[in-house]
Design a protein around this ligand. Structure first.
Ligand SMILES: *Cc1c(COP(=O)(O)O)cnc(C)c1O
Length: 362
C-alpha cells in the first residue's frame, strides 16, 4: 500500500485497486502514445473503440457471459435501471414479482409500480431485513413478466446464496454490491445489472448483462436512452457513452484476471469476510447484525450493545486510518464494506483494532 492511503470501508463509491489507480495516473495525460487523455478522445475514434472493445471482451470472458447475452454500458448508475427494467420488460403481462430484501429492492419495486402491477413475492421487512427468504418462501406468480431480486443487500449486510428457481419466468438481478466477487452462472438470468462503483469502477455507470431475447418488447413510452434494444443495436453508443468509466472498468477487469479471475476473487472474499465473522462470533462484545445463514461476503454489519460505544468505535477507527465504518441509519452500528479491492491486510489490521477496542471498553 502506498503509505498515504487509508483502509476505506465505504459502501460505495469504494476502494479501487491501487495498481489500477497508478496505471490510470500514468496514462492520464497521454494514453498509449495517442497524445491525449482517454477523457479527451472522441468516442468514435479508433483508439477509443479499441479500449471499448477490449473492455467489453474482457467483461464477457472474465464474467463468463454466454453468446445468448449482451454486455451493455449504461449511464445513470443502478437507479436508472429501476425504471428501465419495468419499461422494457413489464409490458409482456403487465405484472412482475419482486422480492424485497432491502432498501434498493424496495426502491426498485416502488419505481416499477409506476408501470404495472408489482406483486411482492417475499419481503424481509418485518425483521428489518436481517434474513433472506428461502426458495419455498417465495410466492411466485405464473404470469409475472419477470422476477426481481437484489443479490446483496448493501445496507443490511445480507446476501442470497442461491439463484431463485422461477419456472421459466426471467430472473432480473441487481448485483451492484457483489458482482465479480464470485463465479456466477449468467445463463440463469434474464438480466444482471450493477452500478459499477462498489466493485468495479468509478460511479455513474451500470454494467447490464441481458439475454438478447428479452429486448424489443418495451412499452411505447420507453425513453430511447433506456431502451435495451436500441442499446444493443448501437453497441451502447446511442449517445456518448461514459468513456472514462469504461476505460477504468477495463483496467479493473485486467486486475481481476491477474488475481485469479472470479475464483480468485471468491477466495479473497471468503478470506476477508471469514476473518471478520470469525472474530464477531468469538467476541462477546461485538454482535453481527445479520442472520448467520444470510451473511454478506461484501458488507459486514455489526454493533456493540451500546450506541454510544458504536459512535466511539467509529471515531477512534477513523483516527486510526479505517474510514467509513459507520453503519447506515436504517441499521445503526457499524458496517465494513469489503469489496474486491480491499486488501486482506486491511481486515487483519481492522480485526486487531477491534480486539484492542474490545479489551479497553468491555
Ligand atoms: C449502491 C446500490 C444501488 C444504487 O446505485 P446508484 O448507482 O447510486 O444508483 C442500487 N443497488 C444496490 C444493491 C446498491 O448497492
Amino acid at each position: 500500500m502506498a503509505n498515504d492511503r487509508i483502509y476505506n470501508f465505504s459502501a460505495g463509491p469504494s476502494m479501487l485497486p491501487l495498481s489500477v489507480l497508478e496505471k490510470a495516473a500514468s496514462e492520464i495525460t497521454n494514453y498509449n502514445g495517442s497524445g491525449m487523455s482517454v477523457m479527451e478522445m472522441s468516442h468514435r475514434s479508433k483508439v477509443y473503440q479499441d479500449i471499448f472493445d477490449q473492455t467489453k471482451a474482457d467483461v464477457k470472458r472474465i464474467l463468463n457471459v454466454p453468446d445468448t447475452h449482451e454486455v451493455l454500458f449504461m449511464q445513470g448508475g443502478a437507479t436508472f435501471q429501476f425504471a428501465a427494467i419495468p419499461l422494457n420488460l413489464m409490458g409482456k403481462t403487465g405484472k412482475a414479482d419482486y422480492a424485497i430484501t432491502g432498501n434498493f429492492a424496495n426502491l426498485a419495486a416502488k419505481e416499477a409500480k409506476k408501470y404495472g402491477e408489482v406483486h411482492v413475492a417475499a419481503t424481509s421487512a418485518e425483521k428489518n431485513h436481517t434474513y433472506i427468504p428461502s426458495q419455498s418462501e417465495l410466492d411466485l406468480s405464473a404470469d409475472a413478466s419477470y422476477f426481481y431480486y437484489c443479490a446483496n443487500n448493501t445496507i443490511y449486510g445480507t446476501e442470497w446464496d442461491y439463484v431463485p428457481e422461477t419456472n421459466g419466468v426471467p430472473v432480473v438481478c441487481d448485483m451492484s454490491s457483489n458482482i465479480a466477487s464470485k463465479p456466477i452462472d449468467v445463463s440463469k438470468y434474464g438480466i444482471i445489472y450493477a452500478g459499477v462503483q462498489k466493485n468495479m469502477a468509478p460511479a455513474g455507470m451500470a454494467l447490464v448483462i441481458i439475454d438478447k431475447s428479452l429486448a424489443g418488447s418495451e412499452m411505447a413510452m420507453t425513453p430511447t436512452i433506456m431502451n435495451y434494444k436500441t442499446m444493443i443495436d448501437k453497441d451502447s453508443m446511442y449517445n456518448t457513452p461514459p468513456c472514462y468509466n469504461i476505460y477504468m472498468l477495463g483496467l479493473v477487469m485486467k486486475w481481476i484476471e491477474a488475481n485469479g479471475g472470479l475464483e480468485g476473487m471468491k477466495e479473497l472474499r471468503d478470506t476477508r469476510s471469514g476473518m471478520l465473522y470469525n472474530y464477531l462470533d468469538e467476541s462477546d462484545f461485538f454482535i453481527a447484525c445479520a442472520d448467520k445463514a444470510a451473511r454478506s461476503g461484501m458488507n459486514v454489519t455489526f454493533r456493540t450493545n451500546d450506541p454510544e460505544l458504536d459512535a466511539k468505535f467509529c471515531k477512534e477507527a477513523t483516527a486510526a486510518g479505517f474510514s467509513n465504518l459507520k453503519g447506515h441509519r436504517n441499521v445503526g452500528g457499524m458496517r465494513a464494506s469489503i469489496y474486491n479491492a480491499m486488501p486482506v491486510e486491511g481486515i487483519e489490521k481492522l480485526v486487531a483494532f477491534m480486539k484492542d477496542f474490545e479489551i479497553k471498553n468491555k
